[in-house]
Ligand binder design. Structure first.
Ligand code: CDT
Length: 315
């Protein structure tokens, strides 16, 4: 039996510091209209989709960056996106910076994504676990990447949700490079992993990793994660030259066989779409990646027992 769902990857071009949320939301709604015209019932937007990628800027006082965070969702600025999506019958993944207050009344900052269903209800929330970059200003780098300064690691794990006729999971940008991200969702039977990203075209450590390799690693990570867990994946960039810094495009939709079935060709606002039959996950999940039949967890303890690698002693 087929379970097709037509999904849109709603890539955004650059968002300059000077662009306000109302303008960005208008661009996102235009992409939703295109998605609807192509028969999509689910759309994926990038990581930190509402503003410029502010972690490239250093602020001594991290509170100065709170202007880029959302205190509630939907917010006044994003309500039109929720309203239009519901009217069109499209669910969506949205990445944003979340300013939360914990049970003790303390402020928490997360790099967050939510999944909204076709009725406009928020089905689930994910907070980015693998935060790349560094905490303090580093003059040796060609560019700062201060996610570790402005966010704390997510505290929600990698949950999946049964929604919109499938088992849905989310992660964010750097998470895609970590097989653990995919496998934890794979172990919950995930059928579609949605993720947004903001990935600089150049390596901040210098020229050792040219742009073509960075794009290769982007796709390699997503294709491997999808194949090894027999899941669809939709990965969506914020791309182009943002405040003088270039972010790669390459948004893609990947099948459970690990093949790219739709690929963005620009570094601008662009909709890619594909009909994704969620039942195609069954083949991999019941054969080569039949976890119950083939996994050997008694040999995997080192993965959760430590962070750094421990090579054998020399000599
Ligand atoms: N946003 C994000 O996670 N970007 C990272 C690049 C980090 S370079 C220090 C990524 O993995 O694409």
């Amino acid at each position: 039996m087929a379970r097709p769902i037509t999904i849109g990857g709603a890539q955004l071009g650059p968002i300059q510091k000077s662009e306000d949320r109302q303008s960005v939301v208008a661009r996102m709604i235009a992409l939703l209209e295109k998605a609807h015209a192509r028969g999509c019932t689910l759309a994926v937007f990038p990581e930190l989709a509402l503003t410029t990628f502010f972690p490239r800027w250093y602020a001594e006082d991290i509170g100065e960056m709170d202007i880029y965070f959302e205190k509630e969702m939907p917010s006044a600025a994003t309500q039109p996106l929720f309203d239009r999506a519901r009217a069109l019958g499209i669910g969506f993944y949205l990445g944003y910076a979340e300013l939360a207050t914990d049970a003790r009344g303390e402020t928490r900052r997360y790099n967050t994504a939510i999944l909204v269903d076709r009725t406009g209800a928020i089905v689930g929330k994910y907070r980015k676990v693998h935060l790349p970059g560094h905490t303090d200003y580093n003059a040796a780098l060609t560019r700062q990447h201060l996610e570790k300064r402005y966010f704390e690691p997510g505290d929600l794990g990698f949950p999946v949700w049964r929604s919109m006729d499938g088992v849905m999971g989310m992660c964010i940008c750097n998470d895609r490079r970590w097989p653990e991200t995919w496998r934890v969702m794979g172990m919950q039977g995930v059928e579609l992993v949605m993720l947004g990203y903001n990935t600089p075209t150049g390596n901040q450590h210098g020229g050792l990793e040219p742009p073509h390799q960075r794009m290769f690693h982007n796709h390699l990570s997503i294709q491997a994660g999808a194949y090894q867990n027999a899941t669809w994946a939709v990965a969506v960039a914020k791309a182009g030259v943002e405040d003088g810094h270039e972010l790669m495009g390459g948004s893609c939709i990947v099948s459970p066989q690990g093949e790219i079935v739709a690929l963005a060709s620009s570094q601008d606002d662009e909709l890619i779409a594909a009909e994704c039959d969620l039942d195609l996950c069954t083949f991999g999940k019941s054969t080569i990646f039949n976890f119950a039949a083939h996994r050997r967890p008694e040999h995997y303890g080192i993965i959760t027992g430590q962070t750094g690698a421990t090579p054998p002693a020399e000599g």
